[in-house]
Design a binder for this molecule. Sequence first.
Ligand SMILES: C[S@@+](CC[C@H](N)C(=O)[O-])C[C@H]1O[C@@H](n2cnc3c(N)ncnc32)[C@H](O)[C@@H]1O
Length: 311
Amino acid sequence: MTRRVLNRWWVKAAAQGVLAATPGGGVLGDAVRRRLRGPALAEDYFLSKWHHVEQHLRALGNPGGVALRRTRAIEVGTGWFPIVPLGLAVHGGTVVTIDVGNHTDPQRVRLAMQVLSDLAATGRIRVGSADRLALLRTLLGSPTDTPAPDLLAPLGITLRIGDARDLAGMPETHGANLLVSNNTLEHIPAETMRGIFEEFGRVGSGDARMSHYVDLADHYAGYDPRISEFHFLTLSPRRWRLANNRLGYQNRLQLSDYHRLLAETGWRVTKETLTRRGRGDLDELRLVHPFTTMPVRELLVVKAHLVTRRA
Ligand SMILES: C[S@@+](CC[C@H](N)C(=O)[O-])C[C@H]1O[C@@H](n2cnc3c(N)ncnc32)[C@H](O)[C@@H]1O
């Protein structure tokens, strides 16, 4: 037990668990993260998110760098840096980005805009709308106290705080034809996700597509090099309940779970791009139920990009 307590992932889980159980822990957690990480935005991180922008564009048949026509997108899970909304906006789309939390702020929005502008200037990323890029650069000259929504609105981006399961009060989402998420679905419980897929079905246009990038690996492996991306499949429900918490919640759902939820909510997967690890990565791991009953090939999937249409 002593060895386990000293494991970095467990220290992270325990600290986050205490915060999660504290009233106002979410706001406090955000404040701690702001303090520890500062407002820095590395180019590599930006480019990893830009890759998702390109994946969403490809879901629409756009190779990237080409203007979008009449694209109205909804993103669930804005997070800290609205890189995907900015990426769709500089291709000419309009985007409503929704998050139950209020994580981003003017400084981070500006940083994301600045890095986008710099990378476009050096030709490292391509944008589809020169007009939108020019407008973004103009907005970077706005007074420093400009609120985040005012920096984004002229670019066609609306920031909304709310639960994506209920878009009745957000008429600007109705009729959207592209419904996206990045590194978000794996943090959402299955029944909540069902509600989001159903709501996207209700408000999306007849020809709407969904494009979701899901990271299925154990996120604690990012903090502790001694555990693998499959480590959480070895934790019994009781131990996982202790390790998992609402602030860093991971659902441990596997690819077939996503397929099932999509099918049950009226969506058909038309394309999927999977990243799988080798079989050896599961050697010597003592998996627990229900993972022992699942095909190994499925368990080896660590990243999935799923594109869907209405069934
Ligand atoms: C990991 S973060 C998003 C990361 C961001 N998309 C990115 O790529 O950097 C997941 C976000 O989903 C939000 N979220 C979770 N459930 C939600 C729901 N039902 N509706 C809207 N947002 C939700 C969380 O508040 C969190 O900010």
